[in-house]
Design a protein around this ligand. Structure first.
Ligand code: ZN
Ligand code: ZN
Length: 477
């Protein structure tokens, strides 16, 4: 890893180059970047910017491909089963539809949203922004408003998790009926791959920079046409009004502004820390804990087959997979449905208690733990997707029938509430305990006293330096 170049960092000592680390709150100056380099937070090693060679063209190509797959997956069935002389088809919306007709309206809407609606919205936002930047057809203000939503919607687009749920459902279906995979399944796989590629190749910092340039150019054009017009406060005016350093939650640019002002680049609302982070995270966590018990005690589904009725809890479903000899799949469901929710509940509670006590030990370890639970949280939805696929397909009246049970919405509630808990937790509050201590690096809110710490530039691996860097770590996630 290259040593931070202090001369370069001093040359870059302007507000435009300051970024607040979203994980530890350290304000640092981005070094002069070139494609293939990665800027890391010098304190917690969070990737602040991975500069890619083709920040727009490759994500646009992947996004276009994903849109075709998405359109196909919406209209065509992906699975067909036949038993007792009858057959059933499953499309993306069939499962949610059946869950709603069985009285689980919220659960059905949740599955519909994360599998059919949000992936489309996410694709739409990405393509509108990028194509708007390339062609100039979309007004910069519209692109900025849309792209602000991109990082919020990303965790809720769950095609990848859905496909794992499909895999588990498939193993159960082949025990009940003759199963035929339909073409739309390949479209779903194509959608997953192309969306992951687009996501990995999307250089969000580059997008924000380009949007900012276009927005300023649009303002300048407007003022030239209307000489008395004045479009929003200029950065200079904001600095004079309230010289307080606040990092933007959305684009991580450092602003001189008052809490409640808007970011000068992405127009997002500025707060030094997430609102009531600790109290809100506790609220979501305790609510999730309340649902965790019924989610594991009550059955999540009932399978009726030729007069025999069997109800399954989450643990019962795993035991059945073991009985079938499907050990890897049983392990997958065990990790996704039992280990991950429990790990999230325990880890978040531990992080909250340590933060409230003002502990300054193991901050890097705690930040890493937070990153892990943030990354793995959505994979717990596997069981819910499996149930939605099973209730959609196994509808052979008195011969075979699968219905969702009250444990399923409780479990979905646990997953959603813990995801909200992770989103409301502000990891920077852990590092706030080091304020006032003789720290190796200045903390957020302190940089007015001197130049910010230079972020360390690290040459990216040959794979991620390539503009096809699908595996590239997302710089601003
Ligand atoms: Zn950091
Ligand atoms: Zn911003």
């Amino acid at each position: 890893m290259a040593e931070p170049d202090l001369v370069e960092a001093r040359a870059a000592y302007r507000l435009d180059h300051w970024r607040e680390c979203p994980d530890c709150g350290l304000v640092s100056a981005l070094p002069d970047m070139e494609p293939g380099l990665v800027a890391e937070c010098p304190r917690c090693r969070k990737t602040l910017w991975r500069m890619l060679r083709a920040p727009f063209s490759f994500p646009i190509a992947c996004g276009m491909a994903a849109t075709l797959f998405y359109a196909f997956a919406l209209v065509a069935p992906f699975l067909e089963i036949s038993a007792y002389g009858r057959f059933q088809l499953a499309r993306l919306e069939t499962g949610p539809d059946n869950l709603m007709s069985q009285g689980y309206l919220a659960l059905g809407m949740l599955v519909l949203a994360v599998t059919a609606v949000f992936p489309g919205v996410k694709l739409g936002i990405m393509l509108t922004t990028l194509i708007g930047l390339e062609t100039g057809f979309v007004p910069p203000r519209v692109s900025i408003a849309l792209f602000r939503l991109y990082h919020r919607i990303t965790p809720w687009s769950m095609i990848d998790v859905y496909l794992l749920g499909f895999l588990v459902a498939y193993t159960r279906l082949i025990a009940i009926a003759h199963v035929h995979l339909d073409t739309s399944l390949y479209a779903l796989i194509g959608l997953m791959v192309s969306m992951a590629a687009a996501d990995g190749a999307l250089d969000r910092e580059a997008v924000w920079r380009a949007l900012e340039r276009n927005d300023l150019a649009a303002d300048a054009r407007y003022i030239r046409r209307h000489p008395t017009a004045k479009v929003g406060p200029t950065p200079g005016e904001q600095e004079l009004a309230e010289p307080q350093v606040i990092g933007c939650h959305t684009c991580h640019l450092v602003n001189h502004a008052a809490p409640g002002d808007h970011c000068r680049r992405c127009d997002g609302l500025l707060h030094p820390r997430k609102h009531d982070s600790t109290a809100r995270t506790w609220a979501f966590l305790l609510a999730a804990l309340c649902l965790y018990i019924p989610a594991n005690i009550y059955p999540v589904m009932i399978i009726t087959q030729i007069g025999q009725t069997q109800s399954f809890t989450i643990m019962g479903g795993i035991k059945e997979l073991i009985d079938y000899g499907l050990l890897p799949l049983a392990a997958l469901v065990f990790v996704a449905s039992i280990t991950i929710p429990l790990a999230k509940l325990i880890t978040l509670a531990f992080l909250l208690i340590q933060t409230q006590r003002g502990r300054t030990t193991q901050l890097n370890g705690r930040t890493r733990a937070f990153r892990i639970i943030d990354f793995i949280g959505r994979w717990s939805m596997i069981d819910i997707f499996m149930i939605s696929i099973l209730v959609a397909l196994v509808r052979f009246d008195q011969f075979a029938q699968i219905t969702a049970q009250v444990g399923a919405p409780c479990f979905a509630g646990v997953v959603v509430l813990t995801m909200f808990a992770v989103m409301t937790f502000d990891p920077r509050t852990m590092w706030d305990a080091t304020r006032g201590q003789a720290a190796a690096y200045p903390t957020a809110g302190m940089p007015a006293a001197g130049p910010p710490t230079p972020a360390s530039p690290t040459p990216a691996s040959p794979l991620s330096a390539d503009d096809r860097g699908m595996g590239a770590k997302d710089a601003t996630a």
